[in-house]
Design a protein around this ligand. Structure first.
Ligand SMILES: C[S@@+](CC[C@H](N)C(=O)[O-])C[C@H]1O[C@@H](n2cnc3c(N)ncnc32)[C@H](O)[C@@H]1O
Length: 269
């Protein structure tokens, strides 16, 4: 089990005072890291498992940031003959990034069996009304226990399947991954596709005043310290009203991402 207790602290990109452009540049860096690594391969497995267990192939991705891994996962699933329709949502939707993710998948998957669209207005993950399998990748740790509970309760109340994927809590991730992620921000900045003014701003905030590498380092240390453990996920799930109307599965995927998942599927009535 986890070798240290969950430590809740703030992440810089979550602060109300953080300029939106910084938040966008940060979540776009996360998106680039997904594209440069093979993380989507491991991240695809919990969703594939949920779909095999009867979850709706219409996916509502919560907290999608600048697109997140779900469009990449859609391509992987398509290669396995599994077709999905994805809707990207966020409390602060990055519409241009969502449109870019959709355009990329249209080019790669011209087959109309799969699609990516988005909700251009804020969608609160703890109070979602959209129908479909809810996914939340790399963001569940942002929610303290009361809000995490509210998010899962909302899925149970609306009888929508839920797939939570985050990293398992371990010193390995706290002590090693922030260095890799920060290095990725430093190396990838010149290759990041952005409109020219944002591209120049990214270079300035990476190499002249290194705000973006610092933000990645700080936020990833905090993220890995506040990941939920399996016992904590189990306690949250056990405390939900109507939890017995769902089948819950908690597990960890083997591999470098340490992807830990919680899958909830409504039982047939
Ligand atoms: C780490 S970032 C991006 C995570 C994204 N899934 C990814 O893997 O790139 C977390 C995102 O959660 C969003 N967020 C925070 N609180 C939220 C809430 N209550 N409802 C919906 N989105 C929220 C933020 O706006 C931010 O884009």
């Amino acid at each position: 089990m986890e070798s240290f207790p969950r430590i809740d602290f703030f992440e810089l990109h979550d602060l109300d005072g953080t300029p939106p452009v910084l938040r966008t540049l940060h979540t776009e860096s996360i998106m680039t890291i997904y594209r440069l690594t093979d993380a989507a391969r491991e991240y695809a497995r919990p969703l594939a498992l949920a779909l095999r267990s009867g979850a709706n192939h219409r996916i509502v991705d919560l907290c999608a940031g600048s697109g997140g891994p779900v469009p990449l996962i859609q391509r992987r699933l398509h290669a396995q003959g599994v077709h999905t329709q994805v809707t990207l949502t966020d409390l602060v939707p990055n519409v241009p990034a969502f449109e870019r993710a959709a355009a990329r998948n249209r080019r790669r998957l011209p087959d109309p069996c799969c699609s990516v669209d988005h909700v251009p207005t804020p969608v609160d993950a703890t109070d979602c009304r959209l129908e479909g399998t809810r996914t939340i990748y790399g963001a569940f740790h942002h929610f303290p226990p009361a809000l995490a509970t509210r998010m899962l309760q909302n899925a149970v109340d609306t009888r929508q399947p839920m797939v939570v994927v985050d990293t398992k809590r371990s010193w390995l991730y706290v002590l090693v991954f922030p260095f890799f992620l920060t290095l990725a921000v430093l190396l990838a900045a010149p290759f990041q596709r952005n409109p020219l003014p944002r591209y120049l701003l990214r270079l300035a905030l990476t190499y002249v005043v290194p705000v973006l590498p610092f933000m990645m380092f700080f936020d990833s240390v905090v993220s890995f310290l506040r990941m939920y453990g399996r016992a904590e996920l189990r306690r949250i799930v056990d405390g939900l009203d109507g939890t017995e109307s769902f089948e819950w599965t908690i597990g960890v995927e083997p591999g470098f991402t340490g992807a830990q998942y919680l899958i909830g599927i409504p039982r047939r009535e």
